[in-house]
Design a binder for this molecule. Structure first.
Ligand code: F6R
Length: 641
């Protein structure tokens, strides 16, 4: 690592390099990398060098570790380095936290997670691994936590603590309200944290209510702290922790006090930092039309005035005066340009309007009808992100193909499969049906498999298959609400999903082959996709990566050069106003219909239904900018690599 520029090094050597003017809003040193793999590779290489240095000195290296999806690429890289010869025999580890009440062999225990993701693949001696024990009797927890603190001290303190960040701003499980000097202790998990873990535990009700966690004070004692964050879902909390006031409402903000704390994030997670979101506030920018539009839509929101009413003083007041000064334009001209730009994103014709002048429309008029491929990572994503648009595309006569990239069977609760099996048994027992021996046997094997695997075990193939069929039924129902016929719906059943659990998926070549075939077979004029800014370990992001690689591999096919790709947002955070390139309005009836399609899934949560709130919010934002007032809007952005 010696060739690396000091300002780009993640771990501190002596003192940190000076920050640039652009970074002045950030109270924690922040390094942005293209993606989690690139960031993790660099961090692992630096850590490996330190481990080896200590080995040469005959000393141990004490590493604080985190669980969750964030550190997974880092652990993968450490394993790779081990395979190349790096030894962990002098490494002592302390994990941040553990759910309280989970046995070590529970599939979601952090003990199990750490062994699956790292320890079982490297040569670290078992006695050098420390993970809080979630099974300690309640009356012993206090003493146990003190002894955990003591063990860290006896090991010489943490050389480096790896951190992720929760949407509540927690580090470890230090939920809002955790004091800066808090130590290892039992904590009650926040509602948001439990919600975020719901998919892992097959429902929020199964997520433990409490955990044992290192305290903020314990963490701050580490020599070096690296907090990693990936994906757009983390962008808001990263900004709050780094640029906001230090507060116990956001425990990661306490890193502001630490001399050797670094945020290592990908570009999606960096999007809300002032230097990227409002770059004109931190230094000179090149005022191309997109940048101007970005500043004007932001200014309109800040001042609370529609675009066309903004005056010179408004620009000055909010630090955007440079826009007018450097372009020598009057506010009026800049306003009009931006107004038109936003206005032109609005269209009731998401597949293009046939025989119309399309010079100012987001989509082309021809060809008509178009072959449109809508890709949905899991069955609910397309309905959440673009249920209204799906309906319009169909009504406007396009050839729509709605393709579900994964089977979605992980979304189906055990009870749904159980009920199905019970119905078969009851039917077989009924007088009117005889000779159902095979069916009875099948139903019984489903019931047995469910009881054998227990509430959190991995579903055997037989159960996954049934759950897949159950969700297919829901999908057909939802699609028909949006006007689609069953033959317009297909399932790609990408293999990576069938082998995994949430947060532990890994794509392979066979995923790519399936995706490529779907593209080549359809030869679409338009593709709708999602997941491009998601947490890289999520099903959405992996499905997107599979698409993006397949897209590269069909580069030579003639249809591709005229194919346009629109990104929509399902479960991931929405677009910023300036990012929207197509805004498809919805009437109250259309919105109602979309909600109805989302309700067709048994696993629908309040969060899923809040898609309609987001659609209303986009419409309200457009209204506030001075556009026409719609009930709701679905938003899209062009994607190209
Ligand atoms: C886990 C931990 C948590 C996670 C955080 C982010 O040991 O300490 O603070 O780092 O909840 O979780 P992911 O990485 O799953 O988004």
């Amino acid at each position: 690592m010696s060739s690396i520029d000091e300002s780009e090094r993640i771990l501190a050597t002596t003192s940190h390099p000076a920050r640039s003017q652009q970074e002045r809003f950030e109270k924690i040193r922040t390094l942005v990398r293209k993606n989690s793999d690139e960031a993790s590779r660099q961090l692992a290489a630096e850590v490996a060098a330190l481990i080896e240095k200590r080995q040469a000195e005959g000393k141990s290296y004490v590493l604080g570790l985190a669980t969750g999806s964030t550190p997974v690429p880092f652990y993968r890289e450490l394993i790779r380095l081990h395979q190349e010869g790096l030894s962990f025999n002098n490494v002592v580890t302390f994990n941040l936290d553990e759910y309280y009440g989970l046995q070590r062999d529970h599939p979601e225990s952090y003990y199990r997670f750490m062994h699956d993701q790292l320890f079982d693949h490297v040569d670290i001696p078992a006695e050098q691994i420390h993970i809080p024990d979630g099974t300690v009797a309640m009356e012993e927890v206090y003493d146990y936590c003190l002894s955990y603190e003591r063990q860290i001290e006896e090991a010489g303190g943490l050389d480096l603590q790896i951190l992720g960040i929760g949407r509540t701003g927690h580090i470890g499980f230090n939920e809002p309200g955790s004091a800066m000097d808090s130590i290892t202790r039992m904590i009650t998990l926040d509602r948001v944290t439990r919600q975020d873990a719901a998919a892992d535990f097959m429902g929020v009700a199964n997520v433990p209510r409490s955990a044992i966690t290192m305290g903020v004070g314990t963490i701050l004692k580490a020599e070096n702290l690296v907090l990693m964050a990936w994906g757009s879902n983390k962008a808001e909390i990263v900004k709050e922790a780094s640029e906001g006031r230090m507060t116990d409402r956001v425990s990661a903000s306490f890193l502001q006090t630490h001399d050797h704390a670094v945020f290592l994030i990908d570009s999606a997670a960096s999007a809300h930092l002032t230097r990227f979101r409002h770059p004109w506030l931190v230094g000179p920018v090149s005022w191309d039309p997109a940048m101007k539009n970005r500043a004007v839509t932001w200014l309109s929101g800040e001042i609370g005035k529609p675009i066309l009413k903004l005056i010179d003083e408004d620009y000055n007041e909010k630090g955007a005066g440079e826009l007018l000064a450097s372009t020598s334009e009057a506010a009026y001209e800049v306003n009009i340009d931006s107004f038109n730009r936003v206005q032109h994103t609005i269209t009731g014709w998401p597949g293009g309007k046939p025989n119309a002048d399309d010079s100012n429309r987001p989509e082309r008029a021809s060809p008509f009808p178009k072959k449109i491929l809508v890709l949905s990572p899991e069955p609910m994503d397309a309905f959440i992100g673009m249920g209204g648009t799906l309906n319009r595309l169909k009504e406007q006569g396009h050839q729509v193909k709605l393709a579900f990239q994964t089977s979605g069977n992980l979304r189906v609760a055990d009870v749904a499969a159980l009920n199905f099996a019970r119905v078969i048994l009851e039917m077989a027992d009924a007088q009117s049906v005889s000779g159902w021996e095979d069916q009875k046997q099948y139903a019984q094997s489903i019931i047995n498999a469910l009881s054998e695997k227990g509430e959190f075990g991995v579903d055997p193939q037989l159960v996954r298959k049934l759950k897949g069929l159950i969700i297919r039924g829901e999908v057909r129902d939802a699609a028909s609400v949006c006007g689609l016929e069953p033959e317009e719906v297909t399932f790609l059943d990408l293999p990576f999903y069938e082998k995994g659990r949430y947060r532990r998926f890994q794509k392979t070549e066979s995923d790519l082959a399936v995706m490529k075939e779907a593209l080549s077979e359809t030869e679409p004029d338009i593709i709708y996709i999602t997941g491009e800014a998601g947490d890289p370990s999520s099903n959405q992001a992996i499905s997107f990566q599979v698409f993006a690689e397949a897209w590269e591999q069909v580069a030579h096919e003639p249809w591709r050069k005229d194919c346009r790709i629109w990104a929509y947002r399902g479960r991931d955070g929405g677009f910023e106003t300036h990012e929207i390139e197509m805004a498809v309005p919805m009437s109250p009836d259309q919105l109602e219909q979309k909600v109805e399609s989302i309700r067709k899934f048994m696993s629908t949560s309040d969060d899923d239904l809040s898609a309609s709130t987001r659609n209303r919010e986009i419409a309200a934002t457009y209204d506030a900018l001075g556009m026409a007032e719609y009930e709701a809007i679905e938003a899209f952005r062009r994607w190209s690599n």
